[in-house]
Design a binder for this molecule. Structure first.
Ligand code: ADP
Ligand code: ZN
Length: 781
């Protein structure tokens, strides 16, 4: 519904609760307009929103904005219309007349248009005076932004349906060969069926323009019809799901047994063990019970590859939902779910699809559950899709299956605590072996001068070997760009971003320096901005540099790169994957985009150029993340019968994490990480709440952070860390301070959050701090 605020503003709102107590502090207004005949959100959604708002410490409005497709949040626009009875034009001032005149040509104007016409702001007084003179009327109109898509089809006009009239018609067209040709094309496309033909296709096939076809419509030969078509429609042939192998079948049975007792189960299956196949069996069984399925994937893994794979089993029953889809497409999925349409039996989607209006949910699959991108960072609500999915499962009494080859420490801990069930699958499908792992000591190689650029002689010979066998190679480097920093070799200064406290990244192909935090770009200066010597030199390296080196080392080989810079646009990512699949690319270099669920049969070698910068990342999850990334990227090798190879280059090959990666020792990694987290109090043993303060003025944010820090220490004692400046202390011209609160398990979480909320409220009531932006991030990453 729409509700008025003040004199002219209209907001859309949802009825959350009905009661008959008159508000005391303000005067209740009437509802302006009921927008929907039937509810567009479900009661379970409202419960879920309340949980999110309370757990993640954000407003219900934040959740509503994240959940509802933008098209449902109608905008209010004041429209100015002409009063046709008005005749005293002479009584109008110059500005009033301009508007009046514009209304002669245009039946209505928005306030925005009037601002343009008068070329100034504050036009409301002019509008008011026109109103007083009764020259105009104003109207508040609410636009429904979502418009269903219609597709044009051509069919034969009803008059020509008989054989006889058709012959007459064709004879009549002998002198219009072009039109006759279109007619023949039309019948060819129809192939004897009674269905209309796509307008676009007819034009293409008969090699003509729309005007010629339109002429036939005018002549009464054809009829133009518009058919509403959901944008996301597929017409692939349905195939039965695959039979499971013996180990897969065992795993499935175990999962089903667990689901009788527990809501959540972790499926810990090595890469290429066929987790997706197991999911399919669970999905089919859920559909048979007439229930809906939510299949959550990280955004980056939502490729045509996985979509096609599931469509082949479920066809039209799947709706895909992710941010690369348009607003309209998302509204369609929403409506399909609400109306329990056949098209929305399975939702395949990224993070935000946990917020959709499921009505009868039976199963949730969270694939790649360890992926940190399931956590929303900006804007609020800063929810974790996996944890929100578990809550959603609880609300629907639906089962939740978490799948991963490298479970997060948190999830594995929950499984160990028997909070979740646990099923293990240790063999790859078809008994393909896990790849053979090899660590290459590049410190040694440098010393012995066995490096060419960033490649060790060992990695180069492995690449040559793979290429000579006509096999493909994947190379992983976690930084994009040419080199992370450009530094002056005379004075050591590195060009900085003017808006953020971070060095700029060099992109060679356009010779630019770029900030990966705010998007700032500038040409690479010829001389050092500090000492003016022409000695700017690049340090470190990114994917772009690796690509260029490869092109020099292997001039006859097709090399491509996949990172944020090469995959913009809706299909950017898919195009590269498709060419790789088609073997139009021999070596693919990329960032962690490469690690997600891609299934290429012909990749026999995976190379990691440098494992060290991952390990050295200053974060308590850095080692866990390195393990996960290395194992996931290795999993891309040798998916067919031949055993794949993985070579990891490092300055520190004896690092315990790299050793654990090479022997796939997840339990050892888990135990080491848990020991550290016990020792230093980190999740899953405590909960983390991070408070981030931002302001343009450093002194202000510093004072504010100290105030906040002291108040928190009063309540939480030595569980408070900070305030500190993060490693990048300024982004987009705002200074940042951050405070971390550790809430031990056992201590009531809700009470602690209430206390944090109270401190935040008193903080915001201090006039000096009101302009300081406060971000609260629960279970932060
Ligand atoms: P994971 O998700 O565990 O990495 P996938 O489900 O992608 O593994 O399976 C890896 C490959 O093996 C895929 O190409 C898949 O089609 C194939 N596969 C796995 N299980 C089966 C099965 N039971 N029947 C046929 N093909 C299978
Ligand atoms: Zn910047």
């Amino acid at each position: 519904m729409a509700v008025p605020f003040g004199k002219s503003k209209i907001y859309t709102a949802i009825v959350f609760e009905k009661h008959s107590e008159e508000p005391k502090a303000y005067e209740a207004k009437e509802i302006y307009q009921i927008l929907d005949e039937l509810p567009i959100v479900t009661e379970i959604q409202l419960k879920q929103w309340q949980w999110i708002s309370s757990y993640y410490m954000c407003s219900l409005g934040d959740v509503l904005r994240a959940a509802l497709p933008k098209a449902f949040l109608l905008e209010s626009e004041t429209l100015v219309l002409k009063n046709d009875l008005f005749e005293q034009e002479a009584a109008l001032t110059d500005e009033e007349y301009l508007i009046w005149e514009a209304l002669e040509h245009q039946s209505k104007l928005k306030i925005q248009d009037i601002i343009k016409i008068l070329d100034r702001k504050g036009v409301l007084s002019v509008v008011n005076s026109l109103l007083a003179k009764e020259a105009i009327e104003v109207k508040e109109e609410i636009y429904e932004q979502y418009k269903p898509k219609y597709v044009k089809y051509i069919q034969l006009h009803a008059d020509h349906q008989t054989e006889e009239s058709l012959h007459l018609l064709l004879d009549g067209l002998t002198r219009a060969p072009k039109q006759r040709e279109i007619m023949l094309c039309f019948f060819q496309l129809k192939q004897g069926s009674n269905e209309p033909v796509l307008f676009k296709e007819l034009i293409k096939k008969s090699n003509t323009t729309s005007t010629v076809v339109q002429a036939l419509v005018k002549k009464g030969v054809f009829e133009l019809i518009q058919i509403r078509e959901d944008r996301v429609s597929f017409d692939t042939e349905i195939q039965p799901i695959h039979d499971l192998s013996v180990p897969q079948k065992e795993a499935l049975d175990q999962i089903k047994t667990i689901f009788k007792e527990k809501e959540v189960c972790l499926l810990h299956g090595v890469t290429s063990s066929g987790k997706t196949e197991i999911y399919s069996h669970l999905i089919s069984q859920t559909l048979e019970q007439g229930k809906q399925v939510l299949y959550l994937l990280p955004e980056i893994a939502l490729t045509t590859h996985i979509i096609n794979r599931l469509q082949q089993f479920y066809g039209d029953k799947i709706s895909v939902f992710h941010s690369r889809y348009s607003v309209d497409e998302r509204v369609e999925v929403w409506n399909n779910l609400l109306t329990r349409s056949d098209k929305a039996q399975i939702i395949l989607g990224a993070r935000s699809s946990v917020l959709l209006p499921f009505s009868n949910l039976g199963l949730i699959i969270v694939d790649e559950e360890h992926e940190t991108s399931f956590k929303q960072f900006e804007p609020s609500p800063r929810y974790h899709a996996r944890d929100t999915a578990i809550m959603l499962g609880f609300l629907h009494k639906a089962n939740v299956l978490l799948g991963s080859a490298t479970p997060s420490v948190e999830t594995f801990y929950n499984a160990k605590q028997s909070k979740y069930g646990y099923v293990k699958l240790e063999t790859r499908f078809g008994n393909v072996q896990l790849p053979e792992m090899e660590l290459v000591d590049i410190k040694e190689k440098h010393r012995k001068k066995r490096m060419k650029g960033h490649f060790s002689d060992r990695l180069l010979s492995l690449i040559e070997e793979a290429l000579s066998e006509k096999e493909q190679v994947i190379l992983f480097q976690n930084r994009r760009g040419y080199s992370p920093v450009v530094e002056c070799s005379t004075c050591g200064v590195a060009p900085q971003c003017p808006n953020c406290d971070v060095s700029l990244t060099f992109h060679k192909f356009n010779n630019e320096l770029k900030c990966h935090y705010c998007g700032h770009q500038q040409a690479l200066p010829k001389t050092c901005p500090a000492c003016e010597n022409p000695t700017l030199d690049s340090k470190g390296f990114g994917t772009e540099q690796i690509e260029l080196e490869l092109k020099e080392l292997f001039p006859d080989t097709k090399v491509a790169r996949m990172d944020l810079d090469t995959t913009r646009g809706k299909y950017g990512y898919q195009k590269i994957l498709q060419s790789f699949q088609d073997h139009d690319i021999d070596i693919l270099v990329g960032t962690q985009m490469l690690t997600k669920g891609l299934d290429f049969k012909n990749v026999s070698l995976v190379g990691v150029l440098n494992a060290d910068n991952l390990l050295n990342f200053p974060d308590f999850r850095a080692h866990e993340r390195t393990y996960q990334l290395m194992v996931q990227v290795s999993g891309r090798a040798g998916r067919d019968q031949k055993r794949g190879k993985v070579a990891i280059q490092s300055f520190n090959p004896y690092h315990q994490i790299l050793q654990q990666v090479t022997v796939h020792d997840y339990p050892a990694m888990y135990q080491d990480q848990m020991n550290e987290r016990h020792q230093f109090s980190y999740p899953p043993l405590v909960r983390l709440v991070r408070i981030v303060l931002k302001h343009k003025d450093f002194i202000k944010v510093d004072t504010a952070a100290n105030w906040m820090g002291k108040s928190l220490v009063n309540s939480f004692g030595d569980q408070v860390l900070g305030p500190t400046s993060p490693s990048i202390g300024r982004i987009r011209n705002k200074y940042i301070k951050s405070i971390l609160i550790k809430i031990p398990s056992g201590v009531a979480l809700k009470q602690s959050k209430d206390q944090i909320q109270r401190i935040k409220d008193s903080f915001l009531s201090i006039p000096d701090f009101r302009a300081v932006q406060v971000i609260v991030d629960v279970d932060c990453y």
